[in-house]
Ligand binder design. Structure first.
Ligand code: C5P
Length: 232
């Protein structure tokens, strides 16, 4: 499985995302489209970016009853995205239904990745709001194992957790990791960060990088630096 850098295109409008992508004249980076852009610009944005030759990770984090998720996944598979995701908290049967919905008639399907516990959820919040009293890292690994049991391809996690996820779920189980910063760059609102080189060393399969590329003075140079450090 090839390692790759995914650019988080966290822009509010189609115009902004296209003026950003227009800067890339030599390469076609893998891009992540999140809720803001998808809800604002609609499914057409996915088709247009795909038509330009980019791979797409559609980050919509589905979570509903199995039948609803299955039908929604069927729609996403027809959009021809390369990777999409859901919340592992929706249970193993929801994840199995999602996979079924995602699989096209010819047997192909996009990669399906699970979100375990969001990194915005602290141990305290998880205990007080969700009544989950196990240690957070144990919960994350348990959700990752559930995703593997359901047949999913991997999880979104911190690069710092990637090694442990591989130990628990196997080396072919993908780890898609945000929270990446250059050694000499701004950390911003991310808390536990690693450099692309360190993420590679720990074993991330894909790094998701937003502002270090999108807000850089020269986004193409920043992207190339990420690729050089992470993919080598
Ligand atoms: O700009 P930055 O590199 O922080 O962007 C990281 C991207 O990854 C954003 O789209 C953010 O929503 C997403 N993400 C994250 N942490 C998670 C899950 C997703 O930063 N735990």
């Amino acid at each position: 499985m090839g390692k790759d850098v995914i650019i988080a295109c966290d822009f509010a409008s189609k115009e902004e995302v296209f003026s950003f992508l227009d800067k890339f004249t030599e390469e076609k980076p893998y891009v992540k489209i999140g809720m803001e852009l998808f809800y604002g610009a609609g499914p057409e944005i996915v088709r247009e970016i795909k038509k330009r030759g980019h791979k797409i990770f559609l980050d919509l984090k589905l979570h509903d009853i199995p039948n609803t998720v299955k039908k929604a996944m069927r729609v996403l598979s027809q959009l021809d995205v390369d990777m999409c995701n859901l919340h592992a908290g929706g249970t193993i049967s929801m994840m199995e239904a999602a996979l079924e919905g995602l699989t096209r008639e010819d047997g192909t399907r996009p990669l399906l990745i699970a979100v375990t516990q969001l990194t915005s959820t602290s141990q305290e919040r998880m205990e007080s709001d969700l009544l989950i009293h196990e240690p957070l890292d144990k919960v994350v690994m348990h959700y990752a194992s559930n995703a593997a049991k359901a047949g999913l391809d991997g999880v979104v996690c911190s690069p710092l957790e990637a090694g442990k996820v591989h130990d628990t779920c196997g080396k072919n189980f993908l780890t898609v990791t945000p929270g990446v910063r250059f050694a000499d760059g701004d950390v911003g609102d991310q808390v536990r960060v690693t450099t692309p080189a360190k993420a590679k060393e720990i074993g991330s399969d894909y790094i998701v990088v937003g502002r270090p590329i999108t807000a850089a003075e020269d986004p193409v140079a920043a992207y190339r630096r990420c690729v050089a450090e992470f993919v080598g």
